[in-house]
Design a protein around this ligand. Structure first.
Ligand SMILES: [Zn+2]
Ligand SMILES: [Zn+2]
Length: 276
């Protein structure tokens, strides 16, 4: 499955696909600041205690350079011309952060849950800044994947950044079939139990599944206890496309219509300009 074939079958996703491509292209033009790979022995104790890598003082992975890359991405996008609403919002963000002392530090803190930064378009900032910061973190995420013993994590939040999963993926064949959760922010994928809700973490709670007409490899799993749902890719080989979140936005709409709640951040949930 290629992006073009996917868009042929889902033409309503094209504006989002185009925007995502524009942002990715701009991000690819930003110099990547080298990330320091942590000394894993220093982090081991926090890892076993369930502290995500970026929250661990002992691992000491600083996201600030990612914030710097995010500021550079904002500046670049703010000089664009279309789409109009996007350029206007990006300019507002760029102008707001430009006056903020330690902007790169504050962006990094914002991505990790600090609420003292009050940008004009927080949803858009989260999307753009994670796009840049994930490029900075790439080598750390890869090294972490290589070091991490998945059986010692199995937690409902991302082992790297602590976010709740945006999607899930079923891989392998029974009896060894596994469920991976996928972080929509930093891009980490990690193993979780096959059944069970990653939002309310009730062991006994099983997820119900909704099949989607015309989508053999995608489905919605939802929890009857908390109403949270997880878009699930039931296949392998097309991770970049099918775990990218924008490519399954129609599933979010179906879930919304069923009264289910998206409990993970959606990087594509931009706030409309509020009427004054
Ligand atoms: Zn993450
Ligand atoms: Zn639940």
């Amino acid at each position: 499955m290629t992006r073009d074939l996917w868009l042929e079958a889902h033409s309503y996703l094209r504006p989002l696909a185009d925007l995502s491509a524009l942002v990715d292209h701009a991000a690819a033009g930003i110099d990547i600041v080298d990330a320091r790979i942590p000394d894993w022995d220093n982090y081991r104790q926090d890892f076993l205690a369930g502290v995500p890598l970026l929250s661990s003082a002992d691992a000491a992975v600083d996201l600030e350079p990612g914030g710097r890359m995010a500021a550079a991405l904002l500046e670049r996008l703010a000089s664009g011309t279309s789409p109009e609403w996007f350029v206007a919002e990006t300019r507002a963000l760029d102008a707001d952060l430009r006056h903020s002392p330690n902007a790169s530090r504050r962006i990094a803190d914002f991505l990790l849950g600090d609420e003292t930064l009050a940008p004009p378009f927080p949803g858009l900032l989260r999307y753009l800044a994670w796009t840049a910061a994930a490029r900075f973190l790439g080598p750390v995420v890869t090294a972490f994947d290589g070091w991490r013993d998945e059986d010692r994590w199995l937690r409902r939040y991302c082992p790297t950044c602590g976010s709740l999963p945006a999607m899930a993926q079923l891989v392998g064949a029974d009896p060894g079939r596994k469920r991976l959760l996928s972080c929509g922010c930093c891009g980490t994928r990690w193993q979780f139990k096959r059944t069970g809700c990653p939002f309310c973490d009730t062991d006994s709670q099983r997820l119900a599944s909704v099949a989607i007409e015309g989508e053999p490899v995608l489905r919605i799993d939802h929890c009857e206890s908390c109403g949270g749902y997880l878009k699930t890719y039931n296949g392998e080989g097309n991770e970049t496309l099918l775990l990218s979140d924008w490519s399954s936005l129609h599933l979010d709409l179906i879930a919304h219509d069923r009264g289910l709640k998206r409990l993970a951040f959606s990087l594509y949930q931009f706030e409309p300009v509020s009427p004054t």
